[in-house]
Design a protein. Sequence first.
Length: 610
Amino acid sequence: MRCAPSVTPHDFELDALREKYRHERDKRLRREGTAQYVHVTTDMPDFWEADPYSPPVVRDPVAADIDVAIIGGGFAGLLAGAYLKKAGVEDVRIIEMGGDFGGAWYWNRYPGIQCDNESYCYIPMLEELDYMPSRRFVDGVEIYGHCRNMGEHFGLYEGALFGTMIRSMIWEEGTRRWTIRTNQDDELRARFVIMATGPWSKPKLPGIPGLASFSGHMFHSARWDYGYTGGGPGDPVLDRLADKRVAVIGTGATAIQIVPILGQYAKHLTVFQRTPSAVDHRRNDPTDPEWAASLKPGWQRERQENFYVFSGEPFPSKAAEEDQTCDFFTEVGRNVSGRVAAAGRELSIEELVAIREEEDYATMERIRRRTDEIVKNPETAEALKPYYRYMCKRPCSSNDYLPAFNRPNVTLVDVSASKGVERVTEKGLVANGKDYEVDCIIFASGFEISAQDQKVASGIEAIDGRGGLSLYDHWSEGYRTLHGMSSHGFPGLFFTGFTQGGLSTSVTAMYEQQGEHIAYIIAETMKRGATTVEATQEAQDQWVSTIRELAPPDTFLQECTPGYYNNEGGGHGGIRAAVGEPYAPGFYKFGDLIAQWRDRNDLNGMTLIP
């Protein structure tokens, strides 16, 4: 499918909307920034380490010398493992706190969970595993199944340690290995370690006074308690909520999916909202068999690149009609591309910026007017309208979320004026000076994506490199890496995710790019007879300079409403992007850069350690 630019309203006053956006942002700003959240710890197992889906792992401790340890069994870890196996590296152990592979798709099994990005782009290795998603945005159960299939296909279950948390990772100069200790009293000594913990692995809670005083039931959406609600993964019949008053705190991507189902089954549902999400229509058609049969080899990579052009590039160079995904993530880019093509001449950067801003505001205005068309109560509709730039918060799509607020048993409580729920009591919550008695509180409050303290985000007490240097200290004033994947002073340690590499709007494409590159380095190190490998100080310093010299100004994030995308609008740590310090020329340009680095086959900028 290819599509033309969308029809958006332009009958609005841009200056007035700019002022409205500033006002809405300012009233939500909190001086403490990310410190407004409670970091879950080992003494809060129900919110983090407790596994509602698998029985506790009971086994003898493992003591072994291994080649590669991968920390995390989600898509990042699976892709790293897959590329290692393809490169001929067989001694690989994945260490995962959950009871199986899946990562975010293992833990997040709440009712209604679906893929947020189009499945054909998001789910990796479709061609290699000869798998076609059943629809455009598949359910979480299907994605979890694909994760398990990847584990089977690449032989990654062999040696995997499930139900296992890393407590410390210490580089030992004498053995030239990392000593890894776990909650199962394991002691693994690894030549190479790949950090694949992912940004959606550790839940966080809002720091509402009185949390411990609540006498009812509480859980985080990533640790869904089907024993309390009824139903099960893939079975969203929450029949045990018929006599329950339920509160949901948070209105981000998770809430968009759980609210309609909770509203259907709960006696009463109260949704506490600080900032509304932009919720567009979801076109979730079943996969057309004829279309699937017509695809040529390499189709997924082509589609991923096309998706990136319209969702990740500020001024897409392709004609708008070439947008293949045609969804809410690509609309602004598609419309910008259409206007650029219609101009028939080369536009100045000032003209391009103005067009991008206008189309951004027009798309958000269309989404706000859609809210008025769906939600019957004008006051509720107004509270549900997002007043901020597109991509200040994660865009969402749902055909059921906004209609849920037309139900008589669903109440929206806008807490933007008080910047959050005021407190929790024994019987419920207090917001805007009013008591709300509830039986259950569900936290849809997100994850430690933008935690300033890397130790908090990872949950690992110590990652100490050469000379006892803590990675947390090494990165305390910003990332220091070579290509975002290795760091001087930490031999054989590799990173995936949001550091100083390529940034894609589909995170699995990033993991695949990183997994392939890391696997190449490890395989080449082993072929050359070295024990391990390390980035040089000079190469690291040069890459950090490159990243920061190319970085655009952060004025966009400064204008955004508070959220994890911009470190909650400042506070402790200032304005800081949750996506690290990406390579500004773009994701696929970064891919070309590291591919050329591999083609030279000289491991330039890295030192082999015998």
